[in-house]
Design a protein around this ligand. Structure first.
Ligand code: ADP
Ligand code: GLC
Length: 519
């Protein structure tokens, strides 16, 4: 059955990206379209979204967005197409809110008007349906930035011609960031203060948009099954575990897919040489080139470990920082690419200056280097404190670069620990979030590399054969959408809609008509 789906989010590849959220929003719509659905995507037109480069065209008219106590606000709408598909993507043009260099923050400080910026995005997404005369079956929101969408659908828009029948799905990519603001944001939402309760939007005297979304969404999911379980516990729930548990009947986990057009060592144009599982000679070239580019000694006989990450606590960089001096006593090489907290830039930069023979550090965002690290390394390190899904471990497996991960969330779900006894697995895992466990597991991996090359070859073969496809994930999202519709409409109406939408069966032809010899 063809569904009408509106996807609303704060970032999408290739237009604007801060993290894996953009990868997901950039990929999922294409695969939904391939399954026959009418999918539309909306996001802000940030300063960096180049209108010419993406051939965006302005839609006639102006979108009016009712911003509660602020009154009506207005924006232009640009339309483009998601590359590699014909999925339309709409951008909201609002110079004051989105005409800034970065998406969410400046100098590691969230913009002070992020509440208004993202309540605006949420409201504009729903207003756009009217402008386009688009009646979604389901609106799919992502993270706190558009978590107000399910709230608004159940309140302000509950009688709206285009939205009253629509179900909502909120995908939680990260529980830590909740969109928590001064209570005055209630007046901008404009849905009435009676929603500012402990059950719905209030949390520690603040408006918590994620909490509101969790309460109101028809369906909820996270980006791995493991994380869906974890966020129901105090350790991973960031204070919202009870709220999540209340809704556990509609909560599930769907592991993200990988865009294998982008991440494939056989075709990757960003690599100095391509390679496959059956011919790894190109991987050795990638390793040598990477060492050269980073100023590390060009040695084939040393294990090279890579890490590409936002440098924030979530990614376990404090634990890495603690373990690093000991790690660098081993005969290994390590490369770190990332940007984030200022202390990390200084700390890792300083160690790289001290140990240029073993440790290279590049601060910044560099997609080409990320690809070359995936290809050129022997191991890929992700010591995350929590990881809803994580994409790099999945990329690294495809590149034959064995992941060393902390067994949490999507890392635990996607990596199978090495079992030396029966030679199964595709990576190395540790459970405790401490420098000792990290050191021991890197030690184990490195020891295996030096002393059990056959074991490494088997692991590499397993990892390279593993696939996390978007086809698979999109099919699961489709099932979730249908379940959302069933819950929203009720069984009877849902069955009616199914019957109305399913392609009409042709009446059987009469015998005399059938098999007429052609003239
Ligand atoms: P998160 O979204 O929490 O940052 P993910 O693993 O889901 O983590 O996604 C991170 C994405 O961002 C990956 O595609 C990764 O390659 C990319 N990435 C992160 N930091 C950098 C960087 N410094 N340079 C290039 N790519 C990066
Ligand atoms: C978040 C999570 C990451 C996940 C990504 C995409 O940024 O931190 O684990 O892979 O979203 O879902």
């Amino acid at each position: 059955m063809r569904l009408n789906i509106l996807i609303t989010a704060s970032e999408a590849v290739p237009f604007a990206k801060e993290g894996g959220l953009a990868d997901v929003v950039g990929a999922l719509p294409k695969y939904l379209e391939a399954r026959g659905h009418d999918v539309r995507v909306v996001m802000p037109r940030y300063y960096k979204v180049d209108r010419e480069r993406y051939q965006l065209r302005q839609l006639p008219g102006v979108l009016v967005v009712p911003m509660g106590i602020i009154g009506n606000m207005y924006c232009g709408v640009y339309q483009g197409t998601m590359p590699g598909s014909s999925v339309p993507i709409y951008f909201f043009e609002h110079e004051d809110f989105y005409g800034r260099d970065s998406l969410y923050e400046r100098d590691n400080q969230g913009y002070l008007d992020n509440d208004n910026r993202f309540i605006f995005l949420s409201k504009a997404s729903l207003e756009l349906c009217k402008m386009l005369q688009f009646t979604p079956d389901l609106v799919h929101a992502h993270d706190w930035h558009t978590a107000a969408v399910p709230v608004l659908m159940n309140t302000w828009y509950r009688h709206d011609h285009h939205l009253a029948q629509a179900a909502s799905l909120l995908t939680i990519h990260n529980m830590q960031h909740q969109g928590s603001f001064y209570e005055g944001a209630m007046d901008v939402l404009g849905i009435g203060w009676h929603h500012f309760t402990f059950l719905e939007l209030e949390m520690d005297d603040q408006v918590n948009l994620l909490k509101g979304g969790i309460y109101h969404a028809t369906m909820l999911n996270t980006v791995s099954e493991g994380y869906a379980r974890e966020i129901q516990t105090p350790e991973y729930g960031w204070g919202l575990e009870d709220v999540v548990r209340q809704r556990s009947d509609v909560l599930s986990g769907i592991l993200n897919g990988v865009d294998y057009h982008e991440w494939n060592p056989e075709e990757d144009r960003l690599l100095p040489a391509n390679y496959s599982a059956s011919d790894l000679s190109g991987k050795a070239i990638c390793k040598g080139e990477l060492q050269r580019a980073l100023g590390l000694p060009q040695r084939e006989d040393v294990p090279l470990i890579g890490m590409v990450s936002r440098l924030v606590k979530q990614k376990g960089i404090d634990v890495l920082a603690q373990a690093l001096p000991r790690l660098l006593e081993l005969d290994i090489q390590l490369v770190l690419l990332g940007a984030g907290e200022p202390w990390a830039h200084f700390y890792f930069g300083g160690i790289a200056a001290d140990r240029p023979d073993r440790f290279a550090c590049r601060i910044g965002y560099d997609n080409s280097l990320a690809h070359r690290i995936e290809a050129g390394c022997d191991f890929f390190l992700m010591p995350s404190a929590f990881e809803p899904c994580g994409l790099n471990q999945m990329y690294s497996m495809r590149y034959g670069t064995l992941p060393i991960v902390r067994a949490t969330g999507g890392l635990d779900d996607s990596v199978q620990n090495y079992n030396a006894a029966d030679r199964t697995g595709d990576g190395f895992k540790f459970w405790n979030l401490d420098a000792g466990a990290l050191f021991d597991t890197v030690g184990w991996a490195v020891h295996t590399w030096y002393h059990d090359p056959e074991g490494i070859a088997v692991l590499r073969k397993n990892a390279m054969a593993k696939r996390f496809t978007w086809e698979n994930a999109a099919e699961k999202y489709e099932r979730l959408y249908l379940e959302g519709m069933r819950r929203k409409l009720g069984e009877e109406r849902f069955q009616q809609v199914l019957a109305e939408r399913s392609p009409k069966r042709k009446a059987p032809r009469r015998k005399s008509e059938a098999c007429q010899p052609s003239a």
